[in-house]
Ligand binder design. Structure first.
Ligand code: M6R
Length: 614
């Protein structure tokens, strides 16, 4: 949520900041801004709306702007104050010499603001961030040292933040710090970078260091000095980033979302590599550090997650209960944290998150950790806050996901849950190995089946075009595909703004059926297995109310032709693995509907890729 980039070196800072902000645009996009030191003067450029608006402003003044080789930039997802130029970062103090960009929330900003106002500070925005600019300026007035001013300011700030700060009089220097919000430093030849996420750096350098909470870095073009909040010097620990810049390009696809949907066969192969070697070999999941004896004794598992990750967790519950016979509770992290949470050292708590930075989930796992639970994290970002908090870390290796609508990370989370459930079942000996070997074989074959669905995309595109004018949509399923219905509906509403809801098919008759008539498409996820006939009956009930019937199925039963107006066929697959195949056409359906409607697919309104506020 929000993005920060800072540059100090010998190149045109504005170009690097704009490139960096472009690659962070998926984190927020309601306004943006940069601060540059031009000929010894602090200059701010800000715009409301998409980054292009800032680009246009900068273009008009480029001759002047291009002289600056130092700057900080920000892309915003509004929390305090409406999206506007006044509220866009960077923020500055009364004299305009300090510029600050900030991700996170300053929780005690009201108290700080009152104190600063009583000392004569004039606030121009409604943001919490502006307090930091005034606070740093007042500390600088006392100390004449920017690093010290930032250090003293952070002692008074409560909340979560990643900050980058410049002062007009402290030439060629950026000071940056973090607490509960990510920040990474990038090292180049006579140039250094700071950013809230890797995509902003990766095209310039792969040499980087993740800043720890309460560390403060002072960056110039040829140095990076780190201290902690108590002024103790810290060691620079650089690492080589595993990402390639090409991973962040669209590779010829119109949108990142479409590219990421197409990456899924490879994602499945990646997740399985090294873990599932042969169908008759046990799953290798060294990442689970919970002792096998403790695992056998587990009395309960809780899984916390949000959004799409929550849907992956729901499939995970089904798998673990089915294979291991351990009761599993799944809960939205935001609900888990505000009630009496019962957990203990006999409970395994699993946090699932693409970004590893979702505030609700971080709070939930911290709460469980305090109560003694083993924390297992399934995340796509081994460099994230959640990964650092984990007792066991299962990285899902989906590569950086740029589109705000999660697709390939969901697939990777699902596959991780299959591996985890099989691993646990093998440790517990709770299921016969033939059944598991069959599933392993199917997992190995899954990428080919996904490929087949992807080659059938024109069919899905036609259905999308036909149904793109509807205002509401219902997705129904049962059993292990109930989360598929929820995820299909979430994808559609996120990027097309159509009112789409997923229901357990059996629940339709208990209320939602009242909404059905010929203005309501009902999509049935109808995969062969235990609940196939039941869903068919529920679909009949919908058809009898004139709903517009669509099926997603691996069945070639000709009876379906009478019941459904349109049928999306997928290759045959076992019911237990079917969520990993059935979701792909639903992602494509949502994508094509949004595309026909001319929506901003990769950056849907009001959303951000990583939600770092509770
Ligand atoms: O990074 P996380 O997986 O923790 O994020 C959770 C949700 O915010 C996320 O899945 C959100 O629902 C996506 N926009 C779904 O496409």
């Amino acid at each position: 949520m929000c993005g920060i980039v800072g540059y100090v070196g010998n190149k045109t800072a504005a170009d690097i900041l704009l490139d960096g902000l472009t690659s962070l645009e998926y984190r927020g996009y309601d306004s943006s801004g940069i601060a540059l030191n031009i000929d010894g003067k602090m200059k701010l450029y800000k715009a409301q709306g998409k980054l292009q608006n800032l680009r246009n402003i900068i273009k008009n003044d480029y001759a002047e702007i291009s002289k600056s080789t130092i700057g900080i930039g920000h892309i915003r997802w509004a929390t305090h104050g409406v999206p506007s130029v006044e509220n866009a970062h960077p923020h500055t103090c009364n004299c305009g010499k300090v510029a600050v960009v900030h991700n996170g929330i300053i929780e005690n900003y009201k108290e700080l603001k009152a104190k600063l106002e009583s000392k004569g500070c004039h606030f121009k925005s409604q943001t919490d961030t502006e307090t930091v600019a005034h606070l740093v300026a007042s500390k600088y007035a006392e100390t004449q040292d920017l690093t010290e001013a930032v250090r003293l300011a952070t002692k008074e700030i409560e909340g979560a933040y990643a900050l980058a700060v410049m002062h007009q009089d402290v030439k060629g220097t950026i000071v940056a710090t973090r607490r509960n919000a990510p920040l990474v430093i990038g090292f180049g030849e006579d140039e250094n970078f700071v950013a809230s996420d890797i995509p902003a750096l990766i095209q310039y350098t792969k040499k980087a260091m993740y800043l720890e909470d309460n560390q403060i870095v002072t960056l110039t073009s040829d140095s990076a000095k780190i201290i902690d909040i108590n002024n103790n010097p810290q060691t620079l620990k650089t690492e080589t980033l595993p990402w390639e810049p090409v991973a962040l390009s669209k590779m010829g696809y119109k949108h990142y979302m479409l590219k990421e949907i197409h990456e899924q066969p490879d994602i499945v192969r990646n997740v399985l590599t090294g873990k599932l070697k042969a169908t008759d070999e046990q799953i290798n999941l060294n990442e689970v550090t919970l002792q096998k004896a403790d695992l056998k004794e587990l009395k309960r598992i809780q899984i916390v997650a949000c959004g799409t990750s929550l849907h992956a967790a729901m499939v995970g519950k089904y798998l673990i209960e089915d294979f291991c016979e351990i009761p599993v509770e799944v809960e939205a992290s935001s609900e888990y944290i505000y009630r009496k949470t019962i957990t203990d050292d006999k409970t395994l708590v699993i946090g699932v998150s693409q970004s590893g930075e979702t505030a609700d989930t971080i709070t939930a796992i911290r709460l469980a950790k305090k109560k003694g639970s083993h924390i297992l994290i399934i995340t796509n970002r081994p460099d994230s806050t959640m990964a650092r908090e984990a007792d066991s870390l299962v990285p899902v290796n989906a590569g950086i996901e740029v589109s705000v609508a999660a697709t390939k990370s969901y697939m990777a989370q699902l596959i991780s849950f299959y591996l985890l459930a099989i691993y646990m079942a093998e440790v517990k000996g709770s299921i016969n190995s033939e059944e598991l070997n069959e599933l392993k074989h199917e997992l190995i074959m899954l990428p080919q089946k996904i490929d087949k669905v992807l080659t059938n995309k024109e069919e899905i595109q036609k259905i999308a075009r036909k149904f793109s004018g509807f205002k509401d949509f219902i997705f129904i399923a049962r059993g292990i595909n109930f989360p598929t219905a929820l995820e299909g509906a979430l994808k559609l509403k996120e990027i097309s703004y159509i009112n789409a809801t997923g229901y357990s098919a059996g629940e339709l008759k208990h209320g939602p059926i009242a909404m059905l008539d010929d203005s309501m498409p009902v999509l049935s996820v109808l995969m062969k297995g235990k609940v196939y006939e039941k869903i068919l009956s529920n679909a009949e009930e919908a058809k009898a109310r004139n709903a517009r019937m669509i099926a997603l199925t691996d069945s070639d039963d000709i009876k379906l032709d009478d019941l459904f107006e349109n049928i999306i066929h997928v290759p045959e697959i076992s019911e237990i693995l079917s969520p990993a195949l059935a979701i792909v056409p639903l992602q494509l359906l949502a994508y094509y509907i949004a595309e026909f409607l001319g929506k901003d697919v990769d950056q849907p309104r009001n959303l951000a890729k990583s939600v770092t506020v509770e």
